[in-house]
Design a protein around this ligand. Structure first.
Ligand code: DP6
Length: 361
């Protein structure tokens, strides 16, 4: 390090949105490398909302790697953080800031310590894919700080080792996580299927049923499913490969009827697989079930589906309306069934490319 003083700090801040899977990832074939049992497809949400903001800093005066999440210090001793930090350090390149007189060589990155501060603007671990945005943002910010030359796809393989779904948040628009075949995980990475402009009629409305932390984490839930569910094997081998092809086609053609059928069916099968786990895992609650009934009834009363629903490892509904007009009707219906005075729904987050607002219910 060709720097006279030890007082310098180099910093980078990045913002990464969360993503919602429309064909779900559930189950790992390798727990350490985070390699999935099937491909998955997601849509990345508006970058200005439901996102993580992470600042990473390096300084010779830092004594150890430290991290703060939403203002509270958290331990970095977990294997996932360590994997991401190790991987990204191994891809680091020389960095020079002539104005500040700082030069960091490739080798220096192994000796320097990092401070990381990360904020989620949405409930952490409540089934709104906070780990997805979190690890994607961490890896992206560190990649910028360390002048990593890898493209998004290569970075996605690093983020994957923090949390599987994180690899899909390196891109906007529609993203596919290819499960890969290699034992070392080198071909298990994300690719962009279509960018955010490709299908910008869609409006995503998230009905926050509960912002409490979920009881069964995705990680332990999917481990138990892999160990005990026969339905998962059928899903991973027979169902998902066909659905992936159909979903890619639906996205390519902006075919909302197919998109919505596949999205709802895949969410329902994911939750059926959770129920097929021993002991069974319940992520949805009565309010989630009521939302499904309302959407199903509405879709059946029209010539073509208007809204798709999908639920991750929690009770919150992610509703995808075919356009703005339908989104407005959807909000109206939700307000009718769950009036502001009801305890069932906390708030709505409405998102598409340009409008995202908290309806403040
Ligand atoms: C239901 O990516 O959170 O949201 O890889 O163990 O960190 P780990 O799990 P995580 O699981 C996400 C599961 C899901 C479906 C999905 O996003 O594809």
């Amino acid at each position: 390090m060709a720097n006279e003083s030890q007082n310098w700090v180099l910093m980078v801040t990045a913002q990464t949105p969360t993503n919602i899977a429309v064909i779900k990832y559930w189950g790992k074939r390798d727990e350490t490398l985070i390699l999935p049992v099937n491909d998955s497809i997601s849509v990345t949400l508006d970058p200005n909302h439901l996102c993580t903001t992470t600042t990473v800093a390096v300084s010779p005066s830092f004594q150890q790697d430290r991290m703060w999440l939403n203002g509270k210090e958290i331990s970095l001793s977990g294997g996932r953080f360590q994997s991401c930090l190790r991987e990204i350090r191994s891809h680091a390149c020389d960095v020079e800031d002539k104005q500040k007189g700082i030069k960091i060589t490739k080798e220096d990155w192994g000796k320097l310590h990092l401070h990381i501060a990360s904020y989620n603007n949405f409930p952490t671990a409540a089934g709104l894919a906070s780990s997805a945005a979190g690890f994607a943002c961490l890896v992206y910010a560190l990649g910028k700080l360390m002048n990593v030359k890898d493209d998004e796809s290569q970075l996605s393989a690093v983020a994957r080792q923090g949390s599987g779904s994180a690899c899909r948040s390196l891109y906007g628009g529609f993203v596919k996580w290819i499960m890969g075949k290699e034992e070392n995980g080198s071909d298990s990475l994300a690719v962009q299927l279509a960018d955010e402009k490709h299908w910008d009629d869609l409006v995503i409305v998230i009905a926050v049923v509960s912002s409490r932390q979920k009881e069964t984490s995705s990680t332990s839930g999917m481990r138990e499913t892999v160990e005990t569910s026969l339905l998962l094997q059928h899903r991973a081998k027979e169902v998902v490969p066909k659905r992936i092809l159909q979903m890619e086609e639906a996205i390519r053609n902006r075919d909302f009827t197919s998109f919505s059928r596949l999205t709802c069916a895949d969410s329902n099968q994911f939750h059926a697989v959770c129920l097929d786990t021993s002991p069974p895992i319940f992520y949805m609650n009565d309010t989630s079930h009521r939302i499904i009934s309302i959407v199903e009834k509405w879709n059946r009363s029209e010539e073509a589906p208007q809204v798709a629903y999908t639920f991750d490892a929690g009770p919150n509904a992610v509703l995808i309306a075919r356009n703005r007009k339908v989104a407005a009707l959807l909000i109206q219906r939700l307000l009718y069934y769950f009036p502001p005075s009801s305890d069932d729904l906390n708030s709505y987050v409405i998102g598409d490319k340009s409008i995202v607002k908290d309806a403040g219910i």
